[in-house]
Ligand binder design. Structure first.
Ligand code: ATP
Ligand code: MG
Length: 571
């Protein structure tokens, strides 16, 4: 699978956006420049859908020797916050991309956009409408029937100029009037029916303070910002397809021949099952404390995925695997899990940890002796090397790896049965001890001293049906382990009439406080991933301290994606 995916990457044909760019380059458009931008609204943390857009925009610039701007779309003064701005910059950089120069802000262009607005009013292409929002929306009509022209539509230019000036000077209340473009009330495209360009908002802005009380609408700022920055290819998601004629109309009004002319290109947004992706809904989860924050490891946010142990490489590979489509689709979350597994399989150190310990005493092993047994750091990495793990008379194994009365096909430990301890010896269960409630507290086993892994003896090559993980009890370190499942138990939590929060998975977080892990893990770095053998990939949580180990499980070892492919459910 690894080879197949990477070959596919090298050989894949151009996606439709690359085709457009290559055509543009061949035709000598835009002086041979490729300049893209990533334009988030700073009203929340970025999610995996944004990661796709980031990989696409920055990836195109890398491929065609171009540049990418990071632009905060802060035309809406109500929501922007510096915390979001900072998190967005951190996430883009963590994904491995660097924007051109300083980050840009749509609000930096408010003066220029204002000047252009005045020009449009002068040219008779914009007017002040004093109707209420309801009246304006009623007059919009429906796509099959023309709208009704506003009674203010043919107001003299001078009057529009004066009113707009007074609007800017704060003489009117919010909602008292708006500035509209004078385009076409009968256009089959609803966005062309005299769209609003400016509204009054008596709200301070995080960058411009109290300078403005009128703010441009998204459509009358976005394309203009692209133009100001010299963006050549303005890539956005499909819902903006119907806005494209307006994007082009606005651009026509301000464009000077010879300049670079940005072109809007739409692609299908990433939808992932078993989660929600709208920032509004993610914020709701944060505010209602249903998750611990934007970076809760169950969140589809980049910061959540990072904390969970996802790597930038895995997210970039994921973006590559899903490709760029023109039609909406839903991606199975198991593909994302496949991407991180594939990456960590190559990189992660193999270690041992026991979640629910069961004590094992080796009756024939010398008291007080410690042996250091070599074990492979990573069988997938030729240069991974070996490390020594301590072995002694008292061990812990997983409670699940023992059954007092096993069914027929149970091959792990049971009374009288043998298993191999990974990188150590074969042991046999001789007897057990229980507490007053009947719970098994200790297994008494013997070990075969000749069966040491890798020792070359006949006994070391002896086949037993199961190999299990373990830790040496006196050497083990306590740890808390957090196991995650999908945040929602429904594949499409926001696809129902009921509130999406009713589909939260009550078992999405399981905290295990009894874990014992091998001593090497007491001094590990926060950004390193491990495979706890047989249990999955893990990394330290940000809450871990040297005396208090807390691990997040990034993903289990079970690859459900390849199974889906084999079954023919996906291709
Ligand atoms: P949300 O609906 O989550 O609030 P948004 O589209 O309002 O998202 P923006 O901050 O405006 O978020 O998005 C910044 C950029 O990221 C835009 O170009 C947008 O098209 C893109 N983007 C947002 N969501 C996705 C997604 N799910 N898949 C791909 N690109 C996305
Ligand atoms: Mg948005």
């Amino acid at each position: 699978m690894t080879d197949k995916t990477s070959n596919a990457k090298a050989e894949r044909s151009l996606n439709f956006i690359e085709q457009i760019i290559e055509n543009d380059l061949q035709e000598g458009k835009n002086k041979g420049i490729v300049y893209t931008r990533f334009p988030p609204e700073p009203n929340g943390y970025l999610h995996i859908g944004h990661a796709k857009s980031i990989c696409l925009n920055f990836g195109l610039a890398q491929k065609y020797n171009g540049k990418t701007n990071l632009r905060f779309d802060d035309t809406n003064p109500e929501k922007e916050e510096t915390e979001y701005v900072n998190s967005i910059m951190e996430d883009v950089r963590w994904l491995g991309f660097e924007w051109e120069g300083e980050p840009r802000y749509a609000s930096d262009y408010f003066d220029q956009i204002y000047e252009w607005t005045v020009k449009l009013i002068r040219d008779g292409k914009a007017y002040i409408d004093e109707q209420t929002a309801e009246q304006i929306s009623e007059q919009k009509g429906v796509p099959t029937r023309p709208g009704t022209e506003s009674p203010y539509r043919n107001r003299p230019i001078e009057e529009n100029m004066q009113l707009f000036d007074r609007m800017k000077n704060g003489e009117f209340k919010e909602g008292e009037m708006v500035l509209r473009a004078k385009i076409h009330m009968a256009s089959p495209n609803m966005h062309m029916r005299d769209p609003i360009m400016y509204r009054i908002l008596h709200k301070p802005h995080h960058r411009t303070g109290d300078k403005w009380c009128i703010y441009p609408m998204y459509d009358w700022a976005h394309g203009e910002s692209d133009y100001i920055e010299g963006i050549t290819h303005s890539v956005c998601t499909l819902e903006f397809e119907v806005h494209r004629p307006l994007y082009e109309w606005f651009l026509e009004q301000v464009y000077t021949p010879g300049d670079i002319k940005p072109r809007q290109i739409e692609f299908a947004r990433l939808n992932l099952n078993y989660t929600v992706m709208s920032k509004r809904k993610l914020l709701e989860l944060v505010n209602t404390k249903l998750v611990s924050g934007w970076d809760d490891p169950r969140m589809p946010t980049i910061s959540g995925l990072r904390r969970r142990g996802y790597t930038p490489e895995s997210l970039r590979n994921f973006a590559d695997m899903i490709g760029i489509a023109k039609r909406d689709n839903v991606i199975d979350v198991s593909l994302l899990e496949f991407a991180i597994r594939e990456d960590l399989n190559k990189k992660a150190l193999r270690v041992m940890g026991v979640l629910n310990p069961l004590k094992v005493v080796l009756t024939n092993y010398p008291d007080g002796k410690t042996e250091y047994l070599p074990t492979e750091n990573n069988p997938e990495d030729e240069n991974g090397g070996l490390r020594d793990i301590p072995f002694s008379k008292e061990l812990y194994i997983e409670q699940d790896d023992f059954m007092e009365n096993p069914p027929k096909k149970y091959f792990r430990l049971s009374p009288g049965a043998e298993v191999r301890l990974k990188s150590a010896y074969i042991i046999k269960c001789e007897s057990l001890e229980k507490d007053e409630q009947g719970n098994i507290t200790t297994l008494y086993c013997t070990y075969d001293p000749d069966s040491k892994s890798g020792s070359g003896t006949e006994a070391s090559k002896r086949k037993v049906k199961a190999t299990i993980h373990w830790v040496s009890a006196p050497h083990a370190v306590d740890a808390e382990i957090r196991l995650y499942d999908r945040l929602f138990s429904d594949a499409e939590p926001d696809g129902h009439d009921a509130d999406f929060k009713t589909f939260l998975n009550p078992d999405s977080l399981q905290i295990i406080t009894t874990a014992k892990v091998e001593p090497a893990l007491a001094n590990v770095d926060k950004n390193v991933s491990f495979q706890f053998m047989r249990l999955g990939y893990f990394c330290l949580d940000k809450e871990a301290t040297p005396g208090n180990l807390v691990f997040n499980r990034t993903v289990t070892l079970k690859d459900t994606w390849t199974k889906l492919v084999e079954k023919g459910d996906v291709n």
